[in-house]
Design a protein around this ligand. Structure first.
Ligand code: GDP
Ligand code: ZN
Length: 463
């Protein structure tokens, strides 16, 4: 068991870079309080109680100057985020003062934290498990209230709890198999053992399948639903997009580790985060769109989970409309008949025939009609009532977890196949154990150091 004494004292700025009302420098480790005390003038921090916030000044002892007026929070182990002593220095928000204080903290006994290292310590010190650590990151990056709920659910440990139960079940069976192997004098022990293994493999397989069903929605909640709005020039794409954005507030997020100009645009439609693809193509001047035309649309279509194909209902179908209908045939698609406030020229029956009659919505972007129906359809296509009503259920959102669950299921299949083909029980046992290991990687009960490095390096600094 690791104890806090295994680690040195780390520090980082935990608030976003740039100007703000306040910035927070977080220090964690055995020496956290001492480090802070060395650069602080005010009460004796070594003597203040835990979970107190203390007014004072940061002083540069070389020059004798006050660097900033601060509030210092002292939180003593073990009831802290990392289970170590934590000090947080709340200073005025300027980047210069904040950096200066961080430098002073670093030259007084702390080391610069790596991205995610505070959370990594929370994991290594046993406060949270791996899937909960990942939930911390999901929570930071959550795009809608619904994504946030799923992340909080995972942070509460509900996924971990479920996985641990499955592992315990498997372990019980493996123990029973051991006992049977040790007492082969009983009659029929081989048949009994096989039956036991098969039952458990099938039962756990079914439970994992249930989890994987949630994964499709989970991935959308976490990463957003890649969506493109396509159609000929002037059919009303920008107008529809503006409605979606204005009514539901566009969310523009930074992609971690990238520069500002690769912003992704998200729109929150009834809790479904739509990640808009190639909105540049929509915002372009009309003649440019015309020039780039169908080719650009094809690219957007290819990378979409959902395509909204907009047609102008006040004009007859054109060759280009038909081309776009063809190009989107294999996709999850909503056909939007826009400009229904004008006299209708489009042949509705023909459109129905061409698109298979499904998911057609009539709108007028000008009159703002049909937009509620459009949003309802989007939400309905990707989240049936089941998810809506069962927000406390576990939803698997993480690609790493999904991969492990699939591999765990493959091991279980190998168990059943092995039994079917009459493999000796001790060989079948190996596959069952393998499943147990794979599930353990989700919670971090079994893990490798490289996994931790890779996983926590995706975190932002100071978390
Ligand atoms: P885009 O080229 O597909 O992005 O189309 P825009 O959204 O830029 O719209 C082209 C023109 O059609 C603009 O003048 C809009 O005001 C107009 N328009 C868009 N939607 C409607 C609609 O539902 N009814 C009517 N009458 N005009 C619309
Ligand atoms: Zn436009």
């Amino acid at each position: 068991v690791l104890t806090t004494t295994d680690f040195d004292t780390i520090a980082a700025i935990s608030t976003p870079a740039g100007e703000g009302g306040i910035s927070i420098i977080r220090i964690s480790g055995d020496d956290a309080v001492d480090v802070a005390a060395r650069i602080y003038r005010g009460k004796n921090l070594a003597k203040v109680g835990t979970n107190t916030i203390n007014y004072g000044h940061i002083v540069d002892h070389d020059t004798g100057d006050d660097v900033d007026e601060v509030m210092v929070s002292v939180m003593r182990a073990p009831k802290t985020y990392t289970k170590e002593n934590i000090v947080e220095i709340n200073c005025h928000g300027g980047i210069v003062a904040t950096n200066k204080i961080l430098q002073m903290v670093l030259s007084n006994g702390a080391r610069m934290a790596e991205p995610g290292e505070f959370t990594k310590r929370a994991f290594l010190n046993g406060r949270i498990d791996l899937s909960q650590s990942e939930a911390v990151m999901d929570l930071i990056e959550a795009k809608t209230d619904r994504s946030m709920k799923v992340a909080i659910n995972q942070l509460d440990g509900n996924l971990s709890h479920l996985i641990r139960n499955l592992r315990q079940d498997i372990l019980d069976v493996l123990a029973q198999v051991e006992v049977n192997i040790d007492y082969p004098e009983y009659d029929d022990v081989e048949t009994m053992t096989s039956r036991l293994l098969r039952q458990k493999a099938e039962q756990v397989h079914a439970q994992i399948d249930q989890l994987l069903v949630t994964a499709k929605q989970g991935k959308i909640l976490r990463d957003g639903l890649a969506t493109s709005i396509i159609g000929r020039p002037n059919v009303g794409k920008s107008s529809l997009l503006n409605h979606l954005i204005h009514e539901d507030k566009a969310i523009v997020t930074d992609v971690p580790g990238t520069t500002r100009d690769v912003l992704e645009e998200y729109v929150n439609v009834r809790g479904v985060p739509l990640k808009l693809i190639d909105t540049a193509g929509i915002h372009d001047t009309e003649d440019k769109v015309e020039k780039i035309g169908v080719d650009r649309s094809r690219k957007a279509i290819d990378s979409s989970d959902l395509v909204m194909l907009v047609l102008n209902a006040s004009e007859p179908l054109t060759a280009e409309d038909r081309e776009l209908i063809d190009a989107t045939a294999g996709k999850q698609r909503i056909v939007v008949l826009n400009k229904t406030d004008l006299p209708q020229q489009i042949e509705l029956e023909e459109v129905k025939h061409l698109v298979g009659g499904k998911n057609i919505i009539s709108t007028s972007a000008i009159k703002a009609s049909g937009l509620q129906e459009l949003e309802e359809l989007i939400a309905h296509l990707f989240f049936n009532e089941g998810i809506e009503n069962s927000q406390n259920d576990v939803v698997v959102t993480n690609a790493r977890h999904i991969g492990l669950l699939n591999r765990a299921n493959a091991s279980l299949k190998a168990v059943v196949d092995g039994l079917d083909s009459g493999l000796p029980v001790d060989l079948v046992q190996i596959d069952m154990t393998n499943c147990w290991d794979l599930l353990g990687e989700i919670t971090g009960d079994s893990y490798q150091d490289e996994l931790l490095d890779q996983l926590f390096s995706q975190f932002c600094l100071g978390k």
